[in-house]
Design a protein around this ligand. Structure first.
Ligand code: AVJ
Length: 340
């Protein structure tokens, strides 16, 4: 079910494993989402090359505190966090991307352990190769077993990492799921994912989860609707991507970015609202979509957590919260959970 593929990196410390479980069908998701009674698109499709660059730009915005708040947690409490991981751990990271924040932990782990095995899990093999190579340049005692897999099915990735794994004497696996990526999942989806993760772990293994916290609307809404319009561009790029890849005919200026905080559900919702009644053709799908004036496509939910939601998430998925670290404003939390 998994095959190691040739990687062009002649480094014996790097290995890339492919799984079959990367649900990679943009066309299918666009058809399903845009023909639904309430139109929607999954946020995972934001991240083509341009979308990933726009997300990087978002992280520089003064209004978007999320990345900086988590970096503060990992910087201020890094030693304590790595202490709590324990000795000789293997690090798995779900949705590793460029693995920039991971370095704050690897800096410390590679000093404490003779050898660190790092298992980044991502759907983008180029990203895995690039970030893997960069990490290996900087850490002499690192081994990278990159797994190309859909991180919403962590058990598949963990199985791949087990069969093809590098042998290191280790006490426990610590799974990193940073950056509030969990926020894209609704409560049921988050529990389903963490349950699947728990199935791939042994009792005593750990999850280190980054979650954005509930806070004032006055802070949350500008973070997702910035005056420079970068988040608007990030959102609209989804339509541009449909135009580029599926022969869509979206006029980008006929849609407007909207983001608002739904306090009842504790989530930011992002939408693209049609500025008029219009029809849009998507050639590759042989489809024409009708929009009413003001009708929206729901493109993202970003759930915000608190102690209660994190506790019930852990409880429902087979983990026990060991410790929580927050930034100085208590806007973001990183939580260490142990598999029961
Ligand atoms: C990457 C899912 C953590 O929800 O804050 C940023 C994505 N969307 N601005 C988030 C995002 C709009 C981000 N996550």
């Amino acid at each position: 079910m998994t095959v190691a593929i040739a990687t062009g990196i002649p480094d014996p410390r790097f290995q890339l494993v492919e799984t079959e479980a990367h649900a990679d069908d943009f066309a299918r998701d666009v058809r399903e989402g845009l023909t639904a009674p309430r139109k929607w698109l999954p946020p995972r499709w934001f991240y083509d090359a341009l979308g990933s660059a726009l997300f990087d730009a978002i992280c520089f915005l003064p209004e978007y505190y999320v990345m900086r708040a988590e970096a503060e947690v990992l910087t201020a409490h890094g030693d304590e966090i790595v202490d709590a991981f324990g000795a000789n751990v293997r690090l798995v990271e779900l949705g590793s991307g460029a693995a920039r924040k991971t370095r704050l932990l690897l800096d410390r782990l590679t000093e404490r352990q003779a050898e660190v095995e790092y298992v980044p899990v991502d759907v983008d093999p180029q990203m895995l190769e690039r970030s893997g190579r960069e990490l290996l340049n900087d850490y002499a005692n690192l081994r990278v077993l990159a797994v190309r897999a859909d991180f919403t099915r962590p058990s598949v990735a963990l199985t791949a990492a087990k069969t093809d794994g590098l042998r290191a004497r280790r006490s426990r696996t610590v799974v990193l799921f940073l950056g509030s990526t969990i926020g894209n999942l609704d409560p049921e989806g988050a529990v389903a994912m963490l349950r699947d993760l728990r199935e791939g772990l042994a009792s005593g293994d750990a999850l280190f989860l980054g979650a954005d916290l509930r806070k004032s609307r006055d802070v949350l809404e500008p973070a997702y609707d910035d005056p420079l319009g970068v988040t608007a561009a990030f959102n609209l790029n989804l339509l541009a991507r449909i135009n580029r890849e599926l022969g869509g005919t979206f006029a980008l200026d006929a849609f407007r970015h909207r983001a608002f905080y739904d306090e009842t559900h504790g989530r930011i919702e992002m939408h693209l609202a049609s500025r008029c009644a219009q029809r849009v053709r998507i050639d590759a799908l042989d489809l024409e979509i009708a929009f009413d004036d003001g009708e929206t496509i729901h493109t993202e939910s970003s759930y915000k957590h608190d102690d209660a939601t994190l506790a019930s998430l852990a409880e429902a998925s087979g983990f026990t919260i060991e410790k929580t670290w927050r930034d100085s404003r208590a806007w973001f939390a990183d939580v260490l959970m142990i598999a029961r």
